[in-house]
Design a protein around this ligand. Structure first.
Ligand code: ATP
Ligand code: MG
Ligand code: MG
Ligand code: MG
Length: 469
């Protein structure tokens, strides 16, 4: 059985052997890219190399890239715990060609890695190509010996990648494995494609065009390759388990959570353990890369992730802050590959402890209020916006935490009502300040308050507004 550390090094060693420079993961906070919340793919650190703005001493590279898909354009936060394959933090293994090899060799390199090094069985594998990409289809036939029925043509944007409205773009080809009839789901492109039977694990992007304007697309003189394989998904395949949460690394984290709580998962609460283990990883890696919980921007995404995990800990019966107790297990598993975890251990531990201590002051009462407010509600009903706002404002419940808490019961939140309540509160606060003769101070105070949330100004006892949704 291959553990995640071994799977990662097999990947990097293989591409090194094939002439690639092994490049370190870039931080989760992208450098000089305010348009992107977090690094969410391997290609992010190479954006300027692909567009030609920057050159490197190598034309082939391979990475294991820390990636977070929470907040921002790619947001898998709501999937975690509900699918077999989505995490908020994951490692994306990738190989890149900057105007060096193209489609045929990219397919060949991928095929040899998965069948020879990882030993996947050909008869379980299938691929997608963009519907007009005959070239890719032909290479798959020749290299993998696939018949047409194993090469699925997809016409949607799922198989056409673009960096933005303009810039490099091109078709992609994704590799899937069929894990058997006992798991619900259908092949890509079918109505049941969201099931977990057919697992997507590798995306090969063929950057062959440049979108110059909305209307004009030209062929790139030296096309490039960008690929991404989910390490945890490959681990679930190689370890023969149905979900990423049953792989070696996640089992260790879930075991650590079980001992911190004093009991292990059962069918009724396994999702809580999974969410906690996933959110622990994203929280620790984000703090290690300099993000701290706050009420805006990246820091607020981190706070939302942390508080979601903390609600699950509470549901499982945690009597005291516990997330910080899982940090040593994570560092044992991942500290060697990511020394920033080791360096950041004290800060990570303190940050988790402080956030959970603070949130626990209001968490139980907030959950009590939520239970009372929804006592008579059932599937298809809606929680009023006023209560959702009170939970947010007084009890520190991010809106998505409330939505997540009600999801299993199929209760939604009245979002318009929530926004109304928030606006009303802002207007009232403004009215109270009007006429104080300190107009200039007031403006400053409001802009600061809106940026940071009122907590800092009204004192911790009141546990006031979080400021940003
Ligand atoms: P999915 O359709 O399963 O959401 P995706 O098409 O959004 O995946 P890509 O953007 O193609 O994913 O990313 C490349 C690879 O990274 C995927 O094939 C998968 O192996 C991995 N990956 C993507 N998102 C996640 C995630 N949330 N958790 C774990 N691995 C992921
Ligand atoms: Mg996705
Ligand atoms: Mg996909
Ligand atoms: Mg994909």
């Amino acid at each position: 059985m291959s553990g995640v550390n071994e799977i990662r090094s097999t990947f990097l060693d293989y591409f090194k052997k094939n002439g690639h420079e092994v490049v370190a993961s870039s931080p989760l906070v992208p450098r000089n890219d305010p348009t992107l919340m977090f690094t969410n793919a391997g290609m992010v650190q190479f954006k300027n190399v692909f567009t030609g703005l920057e050159t490197r001493s190598y034309s082939r590279a391979a990475t294991a890239q820390k990636s977070v898909r929470a907040g921002g354009k790619h947001n898998d936060l709501d999937n975690v715990g509900y699918t077999a394959r989505h995490l908020t933090f994951f490692e994306m293994l990738g190989n890149f060609s900057f105007g060096d090899y193209f489609k045929e060799q990219a397919i060949e390199l991928a095929w040899n890695l998965i069948t020879k090094e990882y030993g996947l069985k050909k008869d379980k594998l299938l691929v997608t190509v963009y519907h007009t990409d005959d070239e890719a289809a032909d290479h798959w036939k020749k290299i993998a010996g696939f018949t047409d029925d194993r090469i699925i043509r997809i016409a949607t944007s799922d198989n056409f990648w673009a960096m933005g409205d303009t810039g490099p773009c091109g078709p992609c080809s994704e590799i899937f494995i069929d894990r058997g009839e006992h798991i619900w789901g259908g092949p890509p492109g079918s109505p049941e494609e969201d099931g977990d039977r057919f697992l997507e694990f590798w995306n090969l992007v063929f950057m062959q065009y440049e979108q110059v304007t909305k209307e004009e697309r030209i062929s790139l003189p030296r096309p490039s390759i960008d690929t991404g394989m989910g390490l945890e998904r490959m681990a679930s395949i190689l370890q023969g388990v149905e979900t990423v949460f049953e792989t070696d690394l996640f089992r260790t984290l879930i075991d650590a959570a079980s001992s911190a709580i004093g009991r292990g998962p059962d069918d009724s609460n396994v999702a809580s353990y999974r969410v906690m283990a996933d959110h622990l990883r994203s929280s620790c890696f984000l703090v290690a890369d300099g993000v701290l919980p706050s009420n805006e921007g990246r820091g607020y995404v981190l706070r939302r992730i942390m508080r979601r995990a903390m609600r699950h800990a509470q549901l499982l019966g945690a009597q005291e802050p516990m997330m910080w107790k899982l940090v040593p297990a994570l560092i044992r598993e991942m500290g060697q590959a990511y020394p920033e975890l080791v360096r950041g251990e004290a800060l990570i531990t303190e940050t988790l402890k402080l956030e959970e201590t603070r949130f626990r002051k209001t968490l139980a009462r907030g959950l009590g209020l939520l239970a009372d407010a929804t006592e008579t509600l059932g599937s298809g009903d809606m929680l009023d916006g006023e209560t959702a706002f009170k939970l947010y404002d007084t009890y520190g419940f991010p809106l998505d935490l409330t939505q997540d808490a009600l999801r299993q019961r199929s209760i939604s939140v009245d979002l318009a009502g929530f926004t109304d309540a928030m606006e009303r509160q802002k207007a009232e606060a403004r009215a109270n300040w009007a006429g104080s003769g300190e107009a200039a101070t007031e403006v400053v105070w409001f802009s600061v308050r809106e940026k940071t949330g009122a907590t800092e100004f009204l004192g911790y006892e009141t546990e006031q507004a979080e400021g940003v949704i």
